[in-house]
Design a binder for this molecule. Structure first.
Ligand SMILES: Cc1ncc(COP(=O)(O)O)c(C=O)c1O
Length: 436
């Protein structure tokens, strides 16, 4: 359906009247996406956009992918959308076998949920039960979801609210070193300081037992901030010394987005638990945890998710993994991501309002700050650039610790030509705003 602005205004009014005010919408004139093909989407007014946001990184393959549609339609034709995990579900078993093998964890066990938050919550539940402790270590600026436990582990107070939580949480440094005492250290000195910080925290301020440390390999919501080379392995060595499991939160970094199948694979570690969600069903809701058998088996009571592992989403998961593997998408994301980063940097480094262009694979961000080397972040600039990108036919996200980043996460099937076009559009939008 192609409609006019009045319909869009009416939908916006009804949205505001019925949905919570704390659920943000992008854009002055919010957008309804009604169709998509490949890396392109169409809005209700018939305008096409190159999509560099992919539904917050869920549409990893892009839109209208025949193989996914076929798998979902086959399942629908069987008459079964849902049964229950009280019955055998072939697609669930097969998806678990595939994810288990891909996880790199020895003798893995998998549990499926419907979202990233629920998956993080499950990993925290397992770790706290396994270690008989509610103490968790998390990274500063982390985002782990919107439930009580996941919010507690989140290290960004703009998402936390009151921060009430069933967990005790201590935060240690993540990948960003813009502020604080570790600012301006080189990589080697920074990693050493981070390791000392964790060791000191574990030996002086946390209870005798700590349940787990939870880590995003690239801090996505914080503005695509990769952990520093050597940082995760330094943390893991210390955790191993204390017998503390490492949870990697791959909700945003999984399925090839960073240029490896999992983001942790850039680092010389094997996690004890791995949390996944978002892109695993190419837009069909899914999530889960894969981990060491001893930890995954530690619950002394029955536990299940009514919808987790359901036949429809598992059919999509199997087909999505097939597609990722058949098209070598992690390697493609590494190559196309490097091109996109290079094209963005070529056009934007030196722009007065641009502080940094960074990321890994196709998980990238442009951070804006006031000109002249000022430490003052420029969230209004990031927001205005997002609007200007839309005006030029490109969808991007927003994020960063001060809402000062444009976030870039296109489908992993992005072509080199689309990467160049998108970089041009971001740079042109930045210039539009600077000159306005
Ligand atoms: C790293 C990370 N963990 C967890 C979540 C929560 O996932 P969901 O929104 O599916 O609950 C997100 C969502 O953006 C995320 O980026």
């Amino acid at each position: 359906m192609v409609y006019d602005g009045a319909d869009a205004n009416d939908l916006f009014r009804r949205h505001r009247a019925t949905l919570p005010v704390w659920m943000p919408l992008f854009y002055e004139r919010p957008l309804e996406i009604v169709a998509g093909a490949g890396c392109t989407v169409t809005d209700g007014e018939g305008r096409e956009y190159l999509d560099f946001y992919s539904g917050i990184s869920t549409n990893v393959l892009g839109y209208g992918i025949r193989e996914i549609r076929d798998a979902v339609e086959r399942q629908l034709r069987s008459g079964i959308v849902h049964t229950s995990t009280f019955y055998l579900i072939r697609a669930q078993v097969e998806a678990a076998e595939r994810i288990g093998r891909l996880s790199g964890i020895e003798d893995p066990v998998v549990f499926f949920t419907c979202s990233g938050t629920e998956a993080v919550e499950t990993a925290l539940l397992l770790a706290t039960q396994y270690r008989d402790s509610n103490q968790v270590i998390s990274l500063r600026y982390a985002y782990h979801g919107r439930s009580f436990g996941a919010l507690g582990a989140t290290g960004d107070r703009r998402w936390q609210g009151r921060g009430l939580s069933p967990l005790r949480v201590a935060h240690v440094p993540g990948g960003g070193r813009r502020r604080g005492a570790l600012r301006d250290l080189d990589d080697t000195a920074y990693v050493r300081a981070c390791a000392e910080e964790l060791e000191e925290t574990l030996t002086t301020s946390t209870p005798e037992r700590t349940a787990a440390m939870i880590v995003e390999p690239v801090q996505g919501v914080a503005g695509a901030v990769p952990l520093v080379a050597g940082q995760l392995s330094a943390y893991k060595e210390i955790l191993d010394g204390h017998g503390i499991p490492l949870i990697v939160d791959e909700v945003q970094t999984g399925w090839g987005r960073t240029g490896r199948f999992w983001g942790y694979q850039w680092h010389d570690v094997t996690p004890d638990l791995l949390v996944f969600a978002k892109g695993g069903g190419n837009g069909i809701s899914m999530g889960g945890v894969v981990g060491r058998r001893d930890i995954m088996s530690c619950l002394p009571v029955p536990s299940l998710s009514s919808f987790g592992g359901n036949p429809l989403s598992m059919a999509a998961v199997r087909a999505t993994i097939d597609y990722i593997e058949a098209h070598s998408l992690p390697a493609h994301a590494e190559k196309t991501g490097a091109l996109l980063l290079q094209e963005l940097r070529r056009r934007l480094v030196g722009e007065p309002w641009v502080r940094e262009v960074r990321g890994s694979g196709l998980l990238l961000a442009v951070e804006y700050a006031h000109p002249g080397g000022s430490a003052r972040s420029a969230p209004q600039m990031a927001k205005a650039v997002q609007e200007a990108c839309r005006g030029r036919g490109l969808l991007v996200g927003l994020g960063g610790t001060a809402h000062d980043c444009v976030r870039i996460m296109p489908p992993l099937t992005l072509s080199a030509a689309q990467a160049r076009e998108g970089a041009h559009l971001v740079a042109a939008a930045t210039k539009d705003v600077r000159e306005s």
